[in-house]
Design a protein around this ligand. Sequence first.
Ligand code: COA
Ligand code: NAP
Length: 268
Amino acid sequence: MDTPFDFSGRHVFVAGGSSGINFGIAQAFARAGAKLTVISRSADKVATAAQQLQALGAQAIGIAADVRQPDALQAAFSEATSKFGPIDILVSGAAGNFLAQALDMSPNAFKTVVDIDLLGSFNVARLAHAHLRKPGACIVQISASQAFTPTPYQAHVCAAKAGVDMLTQVLALEWGPQGVRINSIVPGPIADTEGLKRLAPTSDTLDAMAARVPLKRLGRTEDIARMAMLLASEWGSYITGVIIPVDGGLSLTGPRDFSAAAAAAKRA
Ligand code: COA
Ligand code: NAP
């Protein structure tokens, strides 16, 4: 992906950065000259991600850490900043999802997604704060349209991502005076990602999803990476506290019907 932006020497820390959309964002920043730290639960996944970023010519490290575990996160921030210096850009996108109606979710099922998506985002932002470059740091939270579209089979994600976007707005107010900006990106359905596999597990449900998008295509990780780079660049320097759909217009079309996808997922 060509980029008009130069992030040479900047430290980009990506929580949940070992795969999918977040890894796509890490790759884009790597190509633009940044130094990368990626974290996620799996030691194998973060090691592979770091190797792939290094193959693009970037300095990169991978650290295994669960966003639900503040001690592990704290250690990751210390290790990352002792290697690459203060964090210029923090991308926070660790998340989990599955299709289930509320009555089919145990309290622990609901809590698990809220713990990863919402409490995890709070942990990441709060513990990163001491390590952010101030003034100048930019935080990009990866949200979802479930944050503002009530969606059956997604009670846990709706509740968690609504909280993520509210956190974005509160932290914009609290940290703006220190020169720290924070915004949410709301990706549309992004091809070849785990998230989309879970919501559209068959070719029929995938085709129906693409057909519903007003721009008539699935998204690509580059679509999201471009917005992350714009927000993190000088061009985004007066933007904070906003929730930005990058979704081909999908969030204008109301709640999606996941009953066929849920039935297919149950059969699989
Ligand atoms: N329907 C209902 N409940 C489900 C479920 C499903 N499809 N999948 C998991 N759960 C429940 C489990 O039964 C468990 O509840 P219980 O203890 O009452 O039985 C609870 O959720 C936690 O499951 P567990 O597998 O222990 O959680 P985990 O922390 O190991 O994994 C998940 C978290 C469940 C979100 C897992 O799918 C994951 O790791 N996802 C990451 C990848 C991903 O989702 N990517 C897309 C991002 S949008
Ligand atoms: P993904 O590849 O599964 O990405 C999730 C990442 O988070 C993985 O790197 C995963 O790695 C990590 N992760 C999960 N739980 C974690 C935890 N407890 N602690 C630390 N890291 C954890 O899925 P994706 O589809 O690309 O989703 C990325 C983001 O985009 C999510 O925030 C999602 O809500 C959002 N989104 C996706 C879509 C879509 O179409 N895909 C649409 C809208 C929004 P480990 O397994 O190693 O932990």
